[in-house]
Design a protein around this ligand. Structure first.
Ligand code: PEP
Ligand code: MN
Length: 263
């Protein structure tokens, strides 16, 4: 179902009124983790003004260490809903367990499946039984074929609303957190009719690479970007080293909009 053979035209995914795919560009921005309500609402307003059309924030966090902050859980989803009420921005958040699927169906607009769960087949089947848009991140060591098959798991259950997200893969390189595989954009677009967005934040792992990688993604033809932004990156509850400030994000968006216009 994900194969272009069965659907020649680009698919357009409707995220509570925000369209993604073909000529419609997704700009998903927000912190790694949902933090307190006032800060999230203030950030959401700035991001919307700068050109974001969806807000991201993790309420359930897949952390390498069990002692690291694990996310606010359902309280995080509640805060995200306040952000949506105040800004109108649809909400993207990561689901880690089938236990919370009903809460996500009720409270988020896009269910993110994280890199670490790209081949959690029970989770993929469960989101396949909903009709929520799914942002399917590439596993850190997944081939494009495996990634396409994970989309197939979601679609096999009847949910055609899948968006791929390239977020960097593991290589021998240690200068960056992961290696952004920009080639995934044209390869996936050739193989599939589904949109693909690029997350330069988790690929780079360091702030200074985000603008150049975001621009590269646009020029490669990506259908959108996911970028981590925090008011005070130094004090972010997770992934601060790779967060842009709202001002840096706004400046990047001006360039992105020029690139999208000339493309
Ligand atoms: C995230 O989006 O905060 C995240 C954990 O991403 P990934 O699954 O790509 O590592
Ligand atoms: Mn993160």
């Amino acid at each position: 179902k994900a194969n272009r053979q069965f659907h020649e035209d680009d698919s357009v995914i409707d995220i509570d009124g925000v369209k993604v795919g073909a000529e419609n560009f997704m700009v998903c921005a927000g912190p790694c983790s949902v933090e307190n309500e006032d800060d999230m609402v203030a950030l959401g307003k700035k991001l919307k003004a700068a050109g974001a059309n969806t807000f991201r924030g993790g309420a359930f966090k897949p952390r390498t260490s069990p002692y690291a902050f694990q996310g606010l859980g359902l309280e995080g989803l509640r805060i995200l809903n306040v952000v949506k009420e105040e800004t109108g921005l649809p909400i993207v958040s990561e689901l880690m367990s089938t236990d919370y699927i009903d809460d996500f169906v009720e409270m988020v607009d896009v269910i993110q499946i994280g890199a670490r769960n790209m081949q959690n087949f029970d989770l993929l089947k469960a989101v396949g039984e909903t009709n929520k848009p799914v942002l399917l991140k590439r596993g850190m060591s997944a081939t494009m074929k495996e990634w396409l098959m994970s989309a197939e798991y979601v679609m096999a259950g009847g949910n055609d609303n899948v968006i791929f997200c390239e977020r960097g893969i593991r290589t021998f390189e240690t200068a960056t957190r992961n290696t952004l595989d920009i080639q995934a954009v044209p390869v996936i677009q050739k193989e599939s009719h589904l949109p693909i967005v690029v997350d330069p934040s988790h690929a780079a792992g360091v702030r200074h690479l985000i603008p150049s990688m975001a621009k590269a993604a646009v020029m490669a033809g990506a259908n959108g970007l996911q970028i981590e932004v925090h008011e005070d990156p130094q004090n972010a509850w997770s992934d601060g080293q790779q967060c842009l400030t709202p001002d840096e994000f706004a400046e990047l968006m001006q360039t992105i909009n020029v690139l999208l216009d000339v493309e």
